[in-house]
Design a protein around this ligand. Structure first.
Ligand code: SF4
Length: 201
């Protein structure tokens, strides 16, 4: 991932970093190709293109190796569990160790988090948290198969912010819900070109 431009608003003094994902900022899945939701949006397809590190020890080893190969940072992602969470508590120590022993920028994809999980994640000194915001109940239920509400996503986002994580990047994926009767992996594999927006809070 390379910064391709740096925008600074002279009126609000807010800065927008623009990144171009690339080989020097690879993605790692802490669940390998497994996702309990296997949702209608991707059916686990995204995970196939990530490095796999499905234990904390493997994650540390992989990040140490990557840091020796001029990698700038790593996106730590993975599939969701049935509660809509990506980040698992057993990886927090590994993230702390990677932050302490390498210069890697760590961007963690959390999924839904509780207040205590957000606080624990903040203590690892992770650099960036990427958070998928789903604000439509039907999309949550029918595309992701989760029994949550938009309020749960809002509360997770607020917990991350209140925990003191400085850079939170909400990912807003527009156009996921389609009222067509069939929501299948076959359809999503047809690449319907969803629009991705990632504003900074
Ligand atoms: S929940 Fe995420 S990783 Fe799992 S299938 Fe859906 S988009 Fe892919």
């Amino acid at each position: 991932m390379v910064i391709i431009s740096l925008l600074h608003d002279v009126h609000t003094h807010r800065t927008i970093d623009v990144f171009n994902p690339g080989n020097n900022f690879p993605s790692v899945s802490i669940t390998g190709t497994k996702c309990d939701l296997s949702c209608a949006h991707c059916g686990g397809q995204y995970l196939k293109h990530m490095f796999a590190a499905d234990t904390p020890t493997k994650l540390i080893k992989l990040c140490f190796e990557l840091s020796k190969n001029k990698v700038k940072g790593v996106l730590i992602s993975g599939g969701c569990n049935n509660a809509g969470a990506v980040m698992q508590d057993e990886y927090l120590d590994a993230i702390s160790i990677i932050k302490q022993k390498t210069n890697l920028i760590l961007n963690v994809h959390t999924g839904l988090v509780s207040k205590s999980q957000a606080n624990a994640l903040a203590k690892t000194c992770v650099d960036v948290v990427s958070f998928d915001v789903i604000g439509d109940k039907r999309t949550i239920h029918e595309v992701y198969g989760l029994d949550n509400t938009p309020e749960d996503f809002k509360n997770s986002l607020l917990s991350l912010k209140r925990a003191g994580i400085k850079k939170i990047v909400p990912h807003i994926c527009a156009g996921l819900f389609d009222p067509a009767p069939v929501l299948s992996h076959e359809r999503t594999q047809g690449h319907r070109n969803p629009l991705y927006l990632a504003p900074l809070p």
